[in-house]
Design a binder for this molecule. Structure first.
Ligand code: ASC
Length: 161
């Protein structure tokens, strides 16, 4: 009788230990993204920083929020800096996976690169406007609009809805 009881207890303890071990293995698996997943996560992080800095500029240009000149300059400089990161955020390995990036990015690379270059050009132009004390509100609005158009023309062509 005692032996049966001990055997049952041992079986239960073993089951619990195995359960914990497989949960650990699964958790480790989930915590290790594939190189493709890593590349896609990285890209999405870059675009989050793009949006996080363009957002306030766009809202200010639309009269939705106040933005003191030094803050506008800071956001615009950061936008221009991170826009440069977008060039390198579309490696071949990031083509397959949970992404809205269309395959045409990799088959029509010259056109895609042109639109990315335009984002960079317009972001630097906006930063230059915000760096000038004599910039007129119309100039600022036009420069923000040009960045927005650069975002949109690439999204329309190369991003899934
Ligand atoms: C944004 C944002 C975009 C662009 C786009 C401009 O603020 O997140 O994707 O502007 O909407 O047309």
């Amino acid at each position: 009788m005692k032996n049966h009881k001990n055997a049952a207890m041992l079986a239960r303890a073993t089951a619990v230990a195995l359960g914990a071990a497989s949960a650990y293995v699964l958790a480790q698996g989930a915590a290790q993204p594939t190189p493709s997943e890593r590349a896609i996560e990285y890209r999405q992080a870059v675009f989050k920083v793009v949006a996080g800095n363009f957002g306030p500029l766009s809202q200010n240009a639309q009269g939705k929020i106040e933005l003191p000149a030094p803050a506008a300059r800071k956001y615009a400089e950061r936008l221009a800096a991170v826009a440069d990161f977008t060039r390198d955020a579309f490696p071949e390995i990031s083509r397959e996976g949970k992404t809205r990036a269309k395959p045409e990015i990799w088959t029509d690379r010259a056109e895609f690169d042109k639109l990315v270059a335009d984002l960079n050009t317009q972001s630097r132009a906006l930063a230059a406007v915000t760096a000038r004390a004599d910039a007129k509100p119309e100039e600022f609005k036009a420069a923000v609009g040009a960045v927005g158009n650069a975002c949109k023309s690439c999204h329309d062509k190369f991003r899934e809805k």
